[in-house]
Write a protein that binds this ligand. Structure first.
Ligand SMILES: O=C(O)CCC(=O)C(=O)O
Ligand SMILES: [Fe+2]
Length: 310
């Protein structure tokens, strides 16, 4: 069954009605959070969605790139079950020990150094980074700790055409060692989790296209991030630095950002194939977030697949 999320013009209350295909009769209320990225889907219960609603959420995610589903007061098991309906759930992280929480949960606890105040796209240091992340707050500060998402598609589309052509040709290296290498070697004795069917024992840097073609929409997005991209291949160090600075500055222009102020009960989904994100570290109180990720594929560039280890 195909469900189409149809975009309509802004309604009286600034709402977009995105009705699903009349053929299925599935209705999904969509309130856009910006012209390019982000939408709120009110009135859903993620523990009781129909298959058609699940399909509609997936389509909305590819279209809007970041979705907020408010009012989902769920536990870890319900969080994982919802994610399992959207795709194949991965380990919470390729190398991180999940500790007290289920294997599928990646916990970011501010009391334990769990911050994400560097722009990044999740786990791009692996050959198959997760396609989608699903995040919920467990403990929130009174104020602060907002999360920002940058729209890699809008950023790519708004580059000048000759720069887009240059970006299309480039391959970048992503390296998880700076952040997780020591942890994997010392804290886990080189025995990480299973990712893509095999156990992670080292974090070999991987190659990905600088421009990623979305497997569902065919749209192109900038796919480099300061969290994990180490350099651009085949150019000088200075050229790599300047090119990456140009791409990062452009990616994170305010026009390309949606900022979310968290409320307990929010469940936020984002598409890692077309976005990057950053969590503000501007609070002193406790903040705990739980994330579940969906298995992704090998990034495809404008010229096709890029061998991650060539
Ligand atoms: O803490 C946040 O809001 C985001 C954390 C993060 O980067 C993630 O869950 O992937
Ligand atoms: Fe992240």
């Amino acid at each position: 069954m195909t469900v189409q999320v149809r975009k309509a013009g802004p309604g009286p209350a600034g709402e977009i009605s995105a009705a699903a295909s009349p053929r299925t009769g599935v209705e999904l209320d969509v309130r856009r959070l910006g012209p390019h990225i982000g939408a709120q889907l009110p009135g859903l219960d993620v523990t009781a969605l129909t298959d058609a609603q699940i399909s509609a959420v997936r389509l909305a995610l590819a279209e809007f790139k970041m979705l907020v589903l408010p009012g989902q007061f769920i536990d870890d098991a319900e969080h994982v079950r919802f994610a399992q309906r959207l795709g194949e759930v991965t380990f919470g992280h390729p190398v991180w020990d999940s500790g007290d929480v289920p294997d599928e949960i990646y916990e970011l606890d501010s009391a334990d150094g769990g911050f994400a105040d560097v722009w990044h796209t999740d786990v791009t240091f692996m050959p198959t980074p997760p396609a989608v992340s699903v995040l919920r707050p467990v403990v929130l500060p009174q104020t602060g700790g907002d999360t920002n998402w940058a729209d890699g598609e809008a950023a790519y589309a708004s580059l000048a055409e000759p720069v887009r052509r240059l970006a299309d040709e480039l391959v970048a290296v992503h390296d998880g060692n700076r952040e997780f290498g020591y942890y994997l070697r010392r804290r886990r004795s080189g025995q990480g989790n299973v990712w893509d069917g095999s156990q992670v024992t080292e974090l070999q840097p991987v190659r990905h296209p600088v421009v990623r073609v979305h497997p569902e929409t065919g749209r192109k997005a900038l796919f480099v991030n300061p969290g994990f991209t180490s350099h651009i291949e085949g150019v000088s160090d200075a050229e790599s630095r300047h090119l990456l600075d140009l791409f990062y500055a452009h990616l994170t222009k305010p026009e390309h950002i949606v900022r979310h102020r968290w409320t307990l009960g929010d469940l936020v989904l984002w598409d890692n194939r077309s976005t990057a994100h950053y969590a503000n570290r501007d609070y002193t109180e406790h903040r705990v977030m739980h994330r579940v990720t969906l298995r992704g594929d090998h990034p495809v560039g404008p010229h096709g697949l890029v061998d991650p280890y060539a």
